[in-house]
Design a protein around this ligand. Structure first.
Ligand SMILES: [Zn+2]
Length: 175
């Protein structure tokens, strides 16, 4: 299989990470293949989420895998945000760095699944965080832009995409 390369901020293709991605519209067979490649790339990188711009495709879709459930959302729109939560995040596109990022505790998201059917996701906690992180990617926003307390930016041994760790003593794992 052709492993998909993840675009990082120091890669020659990094500009795609700062672009506002274009709507997908119809979920074609090509989009279906892209989704499969993204799920594979996310798993290879031990990530919990991956947005299309991170594989060099400026389209509005992301995949996530939280608590053994895969979510595919095409043309996502956050329709509700509630509460506040602070936790440590990392990003597969910013290897080696983590920081504490304030996010909404709960989000409601509308979009399409991989079959092009309308879906609504009501998410809390880690999945809500992953969704906000990935939707940011579709708008050219990176997690470091969201950090309020810059002193929490620190080097991490492992690179993760949104870290499922306790904010107190983060142990970069699997995210
Ligand atoms: Zn990311």
């Amino acid at each position: 299989m052709g492993a998909v390369e993840i675009v990082t901020v120091d890669s020659p293709k990094a500009a795609v990470l700062r672009r506002r991605a274009k709507p997908v519209g119809k979920v074609t067979a090509d989009v279906g293949r892209l989704i499969e490649e993204m799920i594979e790339a996310m798993r290879l990188a031990n990530g919990v989420g991956l947005a299309a711009p991170q594989v060099g495709v400026s389209k509005r879709l992301f995949v996530a895998e939280v608590e053994a459930r895969v979510h595919v959302v095409v043309d996502p729109q956050i329709v509700k945000m509630e509460g506040e939560a602070l936790a440590t995040e990392g990003c597969l596109s910013i290897p080696g760095w983590v920081a504490d990022v304030p996010r909404s505790q709960r989000v409601v998201l509308k979009g399409k699944n991989r079959r092009g059917r309308g879906i609504t996701l009501d998410a809390e906690g880690l999945l809500a965080r992953v969704i906000q992180h990935e939707v940011d990617h579709l708008n050219g926003v990176l997690f470091l832009d969201r950090v309020v307390d810059r002193s929490t930016i620190r080097e991490a041994a492992a690179t993760t995409e949104v870290e499922p760790a306790e904010p107190a003593e983060p142990a970069p794992a699997g995210g």
